[in-house]
Structure formats: structure tokens, C-alpha cells
Design a protein around this ligand. Structure first.
Ligand SMILES: [Zn+2]
Length: 396
């Protein structure tokens, strides 16, 4: 007896099948209709693997709070310093705010999130504690992985390294970093700390790299060197990597070869305002590319809605993807790419995989992506967690 059978669904827009779930896993896929405690008619909807939000900032969204009037200056440091002040002034509660975004993500079909969470000498570990509380509260409905993220720099703010250690001891799984040259103005020192923590705690690394052009490329080279010397192939992600969108194509080609050889992953949000890593070239070189909303509705900017199907569309638009197979590549960054970066076990739609999936309306995948098709049903660990675009669990 199956726990749940979803009848008449089309995996990745293929032929109609019935999917049976037992103990939170996909037990069978085919014509046969198993006896089940619960039966749901999929009505010919497309079934895709659960969406993976591989880069966001759950601790500091302003979702559900009064509109924040953004008068912030244009530089990165303006946004960072303003945010530190506003966290206190606006009363941004990491527990409440992360819960709101998590519930929104569940409603949109996201089953896994990697969240960078601020660690600095002003907020201390409040963000980490808040997101850990939310993770505990919603476990079963969504999986959340936490990156200890030194948003305000590490070496420029004494005491931050100790807080990073404490965050990793407390439950953050990944070591974060930020612009080694332009933030700490000490690329070697910054990366020595990041990779030193990774080695000491045996954790993966995910570094925000906004640095443009050749400065960013220099940081990429340093990251590759450390990845290889510590045998961390497959465990290092560079988020944003705007420098891979720089005009010097010969230099970019060399970097892509070196990133592929070191198995360093790349995360893109497909931003409209910056050069972006070329997703297709990276994938064709064998580099795993994942995608994320990044910060949404926060003091940095008003945009974002946690919809990873929309993110796939934005990645597609930004990469000039027009062919169906290209648009599907963009979706891959929001599903399997993210799953590989987060090293998710049992991810996918095959028999034996965890029953984490989404039913979306539409004829084919490309159509579902460009229309940001309604999410009919979201299943996590074999249980229905959202229906018709609404999560069955609420925030406050
Ligand atoms: Zn970010």
C-alpha cells in the first residue's frame, strides 16, 4: 500500500505516468495505479524535481514589514553599512523574517534552500540563531542549509573570525566569504581564514565574489589554487563571479578551464545590472552552475519574490537563451545544479529518489518557465506542503 499516489502527471513534460510514494520516497513510476492511502489526480500537469534556492539571505528580508524607502548610496559598502544600521533601526527579526521567506519559498515549490546568514561584530550570531530556529520549525516541509557569511568583512573587523568559528560550531554547514581584495583588502589573508576554517571543520566553501574584471579573475585564481591544494574539488562555490562576464574572452576561457579542472561551482542570480557568468559555456565545460534569488525585498533593493521558476526565466533572459534546450538549461540551474552544489542525496524524479517535487501547469518545460506557471502542488518528503500556490504551513 502506497502512502500517496499522484495519477496522470508528466515527469519533465514527458508521457503521462502515475507516481507512487512510500516512506517519503518515489516507489514506482508508470502505468500501474498502486493502492494508496491518498490519491491525487495530477490532471496531466508537469512534474519537476523540487526547486533549489541555492543562494539567498533569509535573515534579513523585509517581507511583510512596512515598505522600506531606499535612499541608499550606489557603492557596495554603502549598502553594507546602511544595512547594519537598519537591522537595529527597523527591528529586522531574523526568526520572523526567515520564517516569512521560507513559507513563501514553500508556496513556490522550493524544497531546498542554501542561505547565507550574516555574522558580524554587531549582530553577532543572532542571524544564525534565528535561521536555525526557522529551519527547525519548518523541517520536513523544506531543508535549509546555512552559510556563515562575514557580510561586513573579516580582517577589517576584529572579532569576526571568532564569530565565524562559533557559527560553524553552532550549526552553520558552510564557510562563507566576501570579496577578498575589495572588502578585506587582503586577498591572501581573507582566503587563508576561509579555507583554514573549511579545513579545520571539514566544511564546504561558498564565497560571494562581486569583484569585477581582472581583480575578480585574480580572486578566482587564488580560490582555485586553494581548492586544489586542500583537495576540495567539488566543495567550493563562487557566488556571482561577475568577472566571468568580462570582455577579455581569452582570459575567461582560461579561467573556465581552470574552474572545471578544480571542480569549482558557480552560482548566478542572472542580474540585469551586472556582467554575468556565461551559463551555457560553463555547463558545457562541465562546471556545475546553480542559481539563487540572492537578497530579496531588503535594504539592498526592492526586488525578488523567491520564485525559482521565475529565476530560471531571468537566468535564461540574461544569457540570451531562446532555444527550448537552452531554456531548460536555465531550469537546471534551479534544480539539479543546486542539488549538486548542495550535495543533496536522492534528488530527482527516479524510483528511489526522495519524493520532493512540484506539479506545474503547462504543455512543455520551456513554456512553464517563461510563463512562471502556477504551482498546483508541492510535495516534500512525500507529503503535500503547498497547493494552488499556497503553503499549507503559515509564518506568523
Ligand atoms: Zn548574496
Amino acid at each position: 500500500m502506497a502512502d500517496l499516489v499522484i495519477k496522470n502527471v508528466r515527469q519533465n513534460a514527458g508521457a503521462s505516468v502515475n507516481v507512487a510514494i512510500v516512506d517519503g520516497k518515489i516507489a514506482s513510476v508508470g502505468d500501474h495505479v498502486a493502492n494508496a492511502r491518498e490519491m491525487i489526480d495530477g490532471g496531466g500537469a508537469i512534474m519537476i524535481a523540487g526547486l533549489v534556492e541555492a543562494h539567498t539571505h533569509l535573515d534579513k528580508t523585509l517581507l511583510g514589514m512596512p515598505w522600506y524607502r531606499n535612499d541608499v548610496g550606489p557603492r557596495l559598502i554603502d549598502k553594507i553599512e546602511n544595512e547594519r544600521v537598519q537591522k537595529r533601526a527597523l527591528g529586522i527579526d531574523p526568526v520572523r523574517q526567515s520564517a516569512r521567506q521560507v513559507v513563501l519559498s514553500i508556496s513556490k515549490g522550493t524544497t531546498h534552500i542554501r542561505s547565507h546568514v550574516d555574522v558580524d561584530t554587531e549582530c553577532g550570531l543572532a542571524g544564525i540563531e534565528g535561521v536555525m530556529a526557522t529551519r527547525e520549525r519548518y523541517k520536513g516541509a523544506i531543508d535549509v542549509e546555512i552559510v556563515a557569511f562575514p557580510q561586513s568583512g573579516m580582517l577589517v573587523r576584529p572579532g569576526t573570525v571568532e564569530l565565524m568559528k562559533a557559527a560553524l560550531e553552532m550549526g552553520a554547514e558552510v564557510v562563507g566569504g566576501l570579496d577578498p581584495s575589495s572588502m578585506d583588502r587582503d586577498p591572501k589573508g581573507h582566503l587563508d581564514v576561509v579555507f583554514g576554517l573549511a579545513e579545520r571543520f571539514g566544511r564546504p566553501v561558498d564565497i560571494h565574489l562581486h569583484e569585477p574584471g581582472e581583480l575578480g579573475a585574480f580572486s578566482v585564481e587564488l580560490i582555485i589554487e586553494r581548492t586544489k591544494s586542500l583537495s576540495m574539488q567539488g566543495k567550493v562555490t563562487i557566488s556571482h563571479a561577475f568577472c566571468l562576464g568580462m570582455p577579455d574572452q581569452d582570459y575567461v576561457a582560461r579561467l573556465i578551464d581552470d574552474l572545471a579542472a578544480a571542480q569549482v561551482h558557480i552560482m548566478t542570480s542572472g542580474p540585469a545590472s551586472r556582467p554575468v557568468p556565461p551559463v551555457k559555456r560553463l555547463q558545457e565545460a562541465g562546471i556545475v552552475v546553480c542559481a539563487g534569488t540572492d537578497g530579496m525585498r531588503d535594504t539592498w533593493g526592492p526586488y525578488g519574490n523567491a520564485d525559482m521558476l521565475e529565476r530560471a526565466m531571468l537566468v535564461g533572459l540574461r544569457n540570451n537563451f531562446r532555444r527550448d534546450d537552452e531554456v531548460e538549461r536555465a531550469l537546471d540551474t534551479c534544480t539539479f545544479g543546486g542539488a549538486r552544489v548542495m550535495d543533496l542525496q536522492g534528488y530527482g524524479l527516479d524510483v528511489g529518489c526522495k519524493a520532493d517535487f512540484v506539479l506545474v501547469s503547462g504543455e512543455i518545460l520551456a513554456e512553464a518557465i517563461v510563463t512562471r506557471a502556477p504551482r498546483q502542488l508541492v510535495v516534500k518528503n512525500g507529503r503535500v506542503v503547498a497547493r494552488d500556490g499556497k503553503a499549507l504551513i503559515e509564518a506568523e
